[in-house]
Design a protein around this ligand. Structure first.
Ligand code: HH2
Length: 271
């Protein structure tokens, strides 16, 4: 899944793809580089980001979704929004997935809207809310608590009429989690999230914990750490990784898969 943030203030690419033309250009590039899903967002979720109205989000997203759908009939188009009215407008324009960092908790009608739209839905874990989530996150057993939350949200979505096959789960790296004390055990325990039986999406690309582990590297110098996290996800069996650097990630995953495949050939040990 390649990321296109049509926002002025996203943490790593804010302001670069704000106009529909720029966002569309980036989406085209990510598809050419091998993205199976394009994730379009028009409101940053980083702590302190400025809230955006539904009207602004729709104006930023819908022309891009419609143009992409016309050009690429088969590509999966995801829209990263917590607002049901934005998800509805995007799906009507051709989006196939609603990526909701609030796991359908933002508005009372979120669950019913997801059921009515019939699109894929990403339910992500977040402790607290974006503005304050990094203030003092607390867990006794971060992986167990995230897994229990996600299982509960999947059950709520199904009870509201979302079909099981439409549901994806995401541990929400960096969302109400201490840089290393929470994100790292969660990455190490991804197999427990995968074991819930839904496709898992992992979003670790360029996130702050990578900077914390690499002497404070800036967001645009975190590719190596992002690839390491993507490979950890692949080893745990996640279904997709949400990344800024599609070309490099596809390459890393292809090499990783080829090495594992070679290891399964008869006689591989004696080569
Ligand atoms: N991370 C971000 C935004 N949306 N959605 C899912 N499902 N999983 C994630 O990990 C995730 C997400 C934050 O990254 P980014 O979009 O690059 O930045 P910003 O929120 O500042 O726009």
């Amino acid at each position: 899944m390649g990321i296109v943030n049509a926002t002025p203030d996203s943490f790593s690419d804010g302001g670069r793809f704000l106009t529909p033309q720029a966002a569309l250009g980036q989406a085209r590039r990510l598809i050419a580089e091998g993205a199976d899903i394009v994730d379009l967002g028009a409101e940053s979720t980083r702590p302190g980001a400025r809230p955006v109205s539904a009207g602004v989000e729709i104006a930023r997203l819908v022309p891009v979704v419609a143009a992409l759908r016309a050009e690429h009939p088969a590509v999966a188009i995801s829209v990263d929004t917590m607002k049901p009215e934005v998800a509805r407008a995007a799906v009507e324009a051709g989006a196939t997935m609603w990526n909701d960092v609030t796991a359908l908790r933002h508005a009372p009608e979120s669950l019913a809207t997801a059921a009515a739209l019939g699109c894929d839905v990403v339910l992500m874990h977040m402790q607290g809310e974006p503005r304050t989530m990094q203030a003092e996150p607390r867990y006794d057993d971060v992986t167990g608590e995230v897994a229990a939350f996600l299982a509960g949200r999947a059950a709520a979505a199904m009870a509201a009429g979302v079909s099981r096959e439409r549901i994806w789960l995401d541990p929400g790296i960096g969302f109400g989690k201490h840089m290393t004390r929470h994100n790292l055990p969660l990455l190490a325990g991804l197999d427990r999230i995968v074991a819930l039986g839904f496709p898992v999406l992992l979003g670790a690309s360029r996130k702050a914990f990578i900077g914390a582990l690499s002497g404070g590297a800036a967001a645009d110098r975190r590719l190596g750490g992002s690839l390491a996290a993507a490979l950890a996800g692949a080893a745990a069996g996640v279904a997709a990784v949400r990344v800024h650097d599609v070309f490099e990630t596809v390459q890393a995953l292809a090499v990783d898969a080829a090495i594992r495949q070679a290891g399964r050939q008869p006689g591989a040990r004696s080569l």
